[in-house]
Design a protein. Structure first.
Length: 232
């Protein structure tokens, strides 16, 4: 019997199976960059000190019982990645214990201390006014020209505060930062952050154990989110 032949179709071309679509290559996890995050910086003034009547307290002036309570209440719901503190006792003592409780980095820095008021340290405002009324007037109304008697110039104070601010912004990008410090330092930081004259920052009331919160976006833009609040 003759072998059956498959009829040949004229003009036909070989049948091609559709080519499987190429899958896009997956990016290597090692090459992926996480999205940039904003940095949140909270400025917190220390609580009420043991001798609250002083214009400029000594570095070893401790918090009073009320001051401890104020700071405890202010920070009980807070969460930070790193805590910076003035090295004065009224800031350092509480900040160190808070960092231990939160298990976060603790960085004491002497540049976050209050302006060194020299011969005015330990005096009340009334005592200072009786001694140096013109100089006290200059502190309030021409602060950038002020030099504390036997103490520090406002220009040097502003420079050291600006220096530590720049370092915090560079080292703590994308983190939640707490800076526990003093009235003058908080005003200097506000002036630096918002590009204000220091004299303008005197319009910001800075109360014991109250926060100022700043948000710094990845592109360097900054927003004041809160000021004078008791909790964040």
């Amino acid at each position: 019997m003759a072998e059956e032949q498959t009829p040949e179709v004229q003009g036909s071309e070989p049948l091609l199976l559709p080519k499987q679509a190429e899958q896009p290559a997956l990016a290597s996890p090692a090459l992926e960059q996480p999205p940039a995050q904003s940095t949140f910086i909270d400025l917190l003034k220390h609580g009420r000190v043991a001798t609250p009547s002083l214009f400029a307290a000594p570095a070893d002036e401790p918090l009073g019982m009320e001051g401890w309570k104020q700071l405890t209440l202010a920070t009980q719901q807070g969460s930070w990645d790193v805590i910076y503190s003035s090295t004065t006792r009224r800031c350092h003592d509480f900040a160190r214990l808070l960092a231990q409780r939160l298990d976060c980095e603790f960085i004491p820095d002497a540049r976050l201390c209050e302006l060194n008021f020299g011969a005015w340290i330990g005096l009340t405002q009334e005592e200072i006014y009786a001694r140096d009324p013109e100089l006290l007037h200059q502190y309030y109304f021409q602060p950038r020209r002020f030099i504390a008697p036997e103490g520090e110039s406002m220009d040097f104070f502003m420079w050291r505060v600006a220096e530590v601010w720049a370092e915090v912004l560079e080292a703590q990008q994308g983190k939640r930062v707490l800076i526990l410090t003093h009235t003058g330092v908080i005003r200097a930081l506000i002036a630096k952050a918002l590009d204000l004259l220091y004299q303008k920052s005197l319009r910001f009331a800075v109360d014991s154990a109250c926060f100022t919160r700043l948000q710094i976006y990845p592109d360097g833009e900054l927003m004041l989110l809160a000021h004078g609040v008791k909790a964040v």
